[in-house]
Design a binder for this molecule. Structure first.
Ligand code: ZN
Length: 345
């Protein structure tokens, strides 16, 4: 098969478009002929590498993908060759105490497709059959692939962990990243009022298009916590979605007493200082999570495929141009998700 692979960590130049043997579906797995893959920031981190990350080279990046089942591994009876599917990249082992309790994103032997196992920048990928969700015949594979990881992550954080309720107010720190864009849609669907703080008018325009109620331009209002405080009549918001991390000091100020700070990442860097006085004096809860469960994936993909949650798509590149696609993601110029066309039906 054709695939994008790399033999060492580095910049976009380490990516090669090359031939690589197609994977074989093992017991309980399905082989998927991919139509589309979607890029995530994680792809760049894996390519760059970090201390302790051990990959089997050559590595194939990519967590997100949608396509058609091309072959079944031993023992798979609930899927059929020809079924169109979208992949849930959160790979639990299926048999530890957490997987058995339906908390597969807390699995003791957890993997993410494209991170520690070969991923979706390829014509074929093999995954456990439980990792695929059915895709209607008329569904756009780019939309489905682009939705999967970010909507799954945002749903688990806001709904399952964050317990977001109708009538609550949510502040989202960052206007254009995939998880943040999905969070706007999910918070609106849940009946919340949504505030978004963004770095530029273009990015805020996307947040507006996704349904945000109040837009705050960080370049004009660097102390946006004060702005939120003023906009909420000195109450603060019920929930802050902060996947930047270094912005926690401002998020603590913007939250109401008893507010929840939800975090699934740290695009601003992993380490920063916090002022603990805010945490106890304001009764704050900091709620972390990563990815989501099988049940979350089914719940959120049903809404995406029914058109109740909109997916912002930036641009699609042919598989062979994955390097240009990653360069665009790295530049931060994209508005919405970047995808790869692998094969059109
Ligand atoms: Zn497990």
């Amino acid at each position: 098969m054709k695939a994008i692979l790399f033999h060492r960590h580095g910049g976009p130049e380490v990516l090669e478009y090359a031939d690589f043997p197609s994977p074989e579906p093992g017991p309980g797995e399905v082989l998927i002929k991919l139509e589309a893959a979607a890029l995530n920031r994680m792809d760049l981190w894996v390519r760059n590498g970090w201390p302790g990350l051990k990959l089997e080279y050559p590595h194939i990046p990519g967590a997100d993908g949608a396509g058609t089942i091309a072959a079944l591994g031993e023992g798979v009876t609930d899927r059929a060759v020809g079924d169109r599917v979208v992949i849930n990249s959160n790979l639990g082992c299926g048999h530890c105490e957490f997987c058995l309790a339906g908390q597969d994103n807390r699995c003791q032997n957890w993997h993410l497709l494209g991170e520690t196992v070969r991923g979706t920048y390829a014509e074929y990928v093999a995954v456990p059959a439980r990792q695929v969700y059915p895709l209607p015949d008329d569904a756009d594979p780019h939309m489905a692939a682009a939705a999967a990881l970010v909507f799954h992550t945002a749903w688990h954080s806001l709904i399952t962990r964050g317990n977001l309720r109708p009538g609550e107010s949510v502040l989202i720190v960052g206007a254009s990243g995939g998880v943040n864009t999905a969070s706007i849609q999910i918070a609106k669907y849940a009946g919340a009022t949504v505030y978004v703080v963004g770095s530029s008018p273009e990015k805020l325009a996307l947040a507006d298009l996704m349904g945000a109620d109040y837009l705050i331009d960080r370049s004009a209002e660097p102390n946006w916590a004060k702005t939120v405080y003023r906009m909420t009549n000195k109450r603060g918001v019920d929930v802050v979605v902060d996947n930047v991390g270094t912005t926690f000091p401002l998020s603590f100020r913007a939250a109401r007493k008893g507010g929840r700070i939800l975090t699934v990442g740290n695009t601003g860097g992993p380490k920063f200082e916090i002022d603990n006085r805010f945490v106890f004096a304001k009764h704050l809860s900091i709620i972390g999570s990563t990815m989501g469960t099988l049940a979350d994936f089914a719940a959120v993909m049903e809404l995406v495929l029914a058109g109740k949650l909109k997916v912002a798509l930036d641009r699609a590149f042919p598989l062979k141009d994955a390097r240009a696609a990653q360069e665009r993601l790295e530049s931060g110029q994209q508005l919405g998700k970047i995808t790869l066309s692998i094969e059109e039906r």
